[in-house]
Design a protein around this ligand. Sequence first.
Ligand code: PMP
Length: 481
Amino acid sequence: MQVLPKEETISLRDKHIGKSCQLFFRKDPLKIVRAKGQYMFDERGDAYLDCINNVAHVGHCHPEVVKAGCDQMSTLNTNNRFLHDNIVVCAKKIISTMPDELSVCFFVNSGSEANDLAIRLAQIYTGNKDVIALEHAYHGHLTSLIDISHYKFNLPGGVGQKNHVHVASLPDSYRGKYRDTDHPKHQIGHLYADEVRDICSKVTAKPDGGVCAFIAESLVSCGGQVVPPDNYFAEVYGHVRAAGGVCIADEVQVGFGRIGKHWWAFQQFGVVPDIVTMGKPMGNGHPVACVVTTREIADSFMRTGVEYFNTYGGNPVSCAIATAVIDTLEKENLRENAVVVGEYLLDNCQLLAKKHKCIGDIRGVGLFVGIDLVQDRESRVPDVQCAKFVLQRMREEHILISLDGPHSNIIKMKPPMVFTKENVDEVISTLDRVFKEYRHKMELYPQNSHTVQNTAFTDVKATKEHRPINTLFQKSKIKSI
Ligand code: PMP
């Protein structure tokens, strides 16, 4: 299945692909040549359990989705300036999952394009420019979005904070400014929302200021799998709208039923945004994304007289694929699966926390889960070293997880929606073993304790007691997929 030997792929990539392009495990990258369901296979045919691909939403290479794309590709693909059924069928399906107010779609090709268009719509509708976004947030790679993504513009080499951008504290009740140790949960939501109210007041007091939009993920992924307090968004939306702004829910990572109970993560907070953006899972790996908004906002865009055209946005192939993804979610009851397997995962993580003190917090909804690793539960200081160790060892055990949060100490899981309880068992028993190993290493090499800067754990090799690669899946479902 591979065209080139791995070394050659690496060397060509070094030569011809921009070095700043991200690569998982850069020192020893994985070469993945095919995937099926919740498994990915490297060039040797070894399987990896995929706990991180929220893009392969209904499972890698789902046959119905692949068929929908292939069939349409061999019939017609063209831009959406011709009348075609696929775009309206897909729009109707998406709208059927939304609150009534959200009834108009704009199809685009990526989450970044969706957020860029959302900001443009908000600017036109409100006539304002100032955007409020969350600390540690990421909303996409376009220049307009790097400007509002604290996670990027705030880096040492980043572009810095522009005048029209305002950053509100991450509504994190575990490690944020207002914590569950000091305040009841409801009050925490209130305190964080008040910060947005104060930003709105400051913005409107500026001679040239005016609130254009508040944009946030409904569950904050880059911020560290943070689930905002229940009352946070309702209060924030109230303040933002009172100041003349609109509310944008970025559902690029967390939408399309990932939380199980609802199609969209904002729904669990009982709010209705003015604009919703979606992407990643929508095409199961194919680039398709969408902005959904109200008739009023969409019409204000139309009244500018500037027509919107996007060559690939809403093409018949992308829309056939997106429709097949929604159909598959429904046919295979994958939202129900996210509820059941997600709860099982959270429960088992809690059991794991009883055994391992390095687990400070477990949070999430459905198949969107974070495990916050700490040096000590009292101080909640992030255990970055432990997180790195776990990431590397899990890879050696052929389980792919990722790290997130401002300190990269949060184990992040957002697997394909076909993830099973057996998959959870594998992940939990392996994590159990890996946490034990880490503890033993720390006991054996106390000089590597957290107070000491060390590199001893950055390139950990598997020890003898570890299971040999890939026994994990030999008698499991792999062969039958
Ligand atoms: N919003 C969020 C929350 C994201 O996580 C991402 C991608 N990681 C984007 C927007 C941008 O999406 P894309 O990479 O498809 O442009």
